[in-house]
Unconditional design. Sequence first.
Length: 380
Amino acid sequence: IQSPFPHFPTMASSVLGRSGSALLLLVHSLAAADVGLPEVHLPARGAPLPEAPVASSSDGELDTTLRLQAVRLVGPGISLVTRAFNARIPGPTIAIQPGDRLSINLHNELRDPIGADASNKFHHPNTTNLHVHGLHVSPVAPADDVFGTVLRPGESSRYEYKLLPDHSPGTYWAHPHHHGSVVLQAGAGAASALLVKDPPGFLSPQLAALDDRTLVLQNLPLKVLHMAAEKSGDQLFQGGPAQDLWLVNGAPEPVLSVQPERWQRLRLIMAGVSEWLYLDFGKCEVALLAKDGIYIDDFPRFVGRISLPPGGRADIVVRCPGDADHVVSSMPRPASSGSGTFVGPLFTIGVQRSSAQSTAAAEALLPWRPAARPTYLQDL
């Protein structure tokens, strides 16, 4: 649909019929556009699952910084200029508690051009703001104002959020949300996990003792991104692999190592904007614990597959047998569910085999439900 360099389609086609010196000039001009960019290095396929750095609250407060930057994403067969938080994909994890005050200093370190004005079209690729997806907080500046707060290149803003004392613990995420540039920013790597941690005594002792891992699932849909870049006049996004790129915690098809027959808590965040996921865990047992930051009332609810729309989250409790490693793949959804679902492997649960017998092999999940709901969820 689009040239690999959509910002220069006419130039590229005309140069191909000219001298080699003209072609060399084009290559140098493209390379010069991203001289000095921070590099984000992708691990090899099948490497251990990376962990993002965590900024955690203390004494009821967290004051942290997110910088929206241009980066070059590099790896085997991949060289891609995109946008990210703090020169990382995904950005740092933000961890807070109910009742906390959260301050985020957002710096837009992108550069001109700003791009043409437009309405309900791709535009302003380097203009940004911030959305804390799922949090029950004020929509008025300086809080979660996604319409009035607009940061042009080089501008900054301090976001202030006050969580309710009974805010639902759960899994959320933060991402750019300026209308017109979301696809080229949140849809191309700029996203952070945002966790409201469980207060002491909130969970059952069994659930509180589980290993707790956060998995940020991201896709870079190249045809969509090149189209958005061309239509918005973007001069930054360029390059890429031959196919769409899927990452889990910034790695292609990483391996999550677990003990055999032991329950694990996984927080799944679909931090993409284009496709659904319909996750199959093979021979592993999967129990749903929470959906979109809300704990269910009938845990353990055993499920065959986990459906995640763009922006969706699911907290699950998983146990895998020790006879093999288990590939977690997205499968075709039922026909009635519509289209736009990725099909393919995403990560592997690697079972650490040992001659020692697991003491947890026969452990059953005990029923649990929240003792109370937040005031804003009383009707659920």
